[in-house]
Ligand binder design. Structure first.
Ligand SMILES: [Ca+2]
Length: 120
């Protein structure tokens, strides 16, 4: 059984019972694409256990993944290639940055788990 973390937009983020993160394209939902960073499946390896991926989406022509790090109260926006392999950090958005609320509202995901999604 997979846990669906982000169900917004055209791409969903899922996590399986082993902790691996996958992307699911809504138009092709039978296919689960593993998220890979530094040639490793994200979520599976112990040294990566701190990854807290919260949403995936194709934004402005780029596949993006958001990793929310509670310790730094920041969302790390990853740029990935077309296969959802990590390329680089696009930007880091702190919880007090207006862009952070925008990110939550645009995707309907409570990234920092504070019970608030939009401005209302
Ligand atoms: Ca999404």
């Amino acid at each position: 059984m997979n846990l669906k973390i982000d169900d917004s937009g055209n791409f969903s983020l899922l996590r399986n019972k082993f902790g691996n993160f996958f992307v699911q394209e809504k138009l092709n939902s039978s296919k689960l694409i593993p998220i890979i960073r530094d040639s490793k499946f994200v979520g599976f390896h112990k040294e990566q256990s701190n990854y807290n991926l919260v949403l995936v989406e194709f934004i402005n022509g780029v596949n993006q993944i958001v990793d929310f790090v509670y310790r730094f109260k920041s969302a790390y926006v990853w740029e990935t290639d077309s296969n959802w392999n990590f390329v680089k950090d696009l930007k880091v958005i702190g919880v007090n940055d207006p862009e952070f609320q925008e990110l939550k509202e645009n995707h309907g995901v409570d990234i920092n788990n504070d019970g608030i999604i939009g401005f209302n």
